[in-house]
Ligand binder design. Sequence first.
Ligand code: LIP
Length: 266
Amino acid sequence: MSTELLDLARSIATRAAASALEARRRGVSVAATKSSDVDIVTEVDRDTEDLIRSLILDARPNDGILGEEGEGVVGTSGVSWVVDPIDGTVNFLYGNPAWAVSVAVVEGEPEPASWRALAGVVAQPTTGTVFEASAGGGARADGRELQVNRDVPLSRALVGTGFGYRADVRAEQAAIVAALLPQARDIRRIGSAALDLCAVAAGTLDAYYERGLNPWDHAAGALIAAEAGARVAGLHGAPAGHALTIAAAPELFGPLEAALLAAGIE
Ligand code: LIP
């Protein structure tokens, strides 16, 4: 089933990515704000999610859907789709290339703590790269097998992270990254959790962590990173999710988790 779902997810994500890229070229403006005046949504976010939803339900009318921009759909099939139509929305608005369409398929409720991820696709239209994975089927980018970087000590690790949209949250996150920075090779803030997780899978980052992610930010990228050999989890063995998502090779995960705890992450 995972292979068929991956094929459908790839078809939907790549079609949505092409539509979003074309809309970007026509010009983009802010349609509304959400948790703060810098947490923006564009009409392209909404239109792209509408396209993805219609393609899913045309193919699998009994599935559930959890998306960033629309109402949840409760399915009867036991399969749900977790969708971020434009991950890296601020990059999309500014014309920076680090944004992607993220489509994941999970078994069970669309809850990170309990779902079993079956397939995931992250399509980055600005580069044409399509990252994908199915449960037990490995991770690939444009047909190339992905593997995380191994045996990298924290002191030589290139670590990705991201920040929330509320100023009080960002102040707390700044203190954490300030404590981590002298312990790592360097920090990268790409601006898309989905692409951060795919970068760990591809070895263009050694590790990634972020607090405050929504299920749609990490659903597909977490499966891709895990299938490329990363350990993807929260603190103390918890599932990856809103509290914290860490992705790294198994031997780097522990030292990074310990450094984050020592920096005061909770
Ligand atoms: C984004 C995440 C990113 C995070 C941003 C934002 P969005 O999702 O992918 O990792 O740092 O603050 O939440 O809002 O572009 O879908």
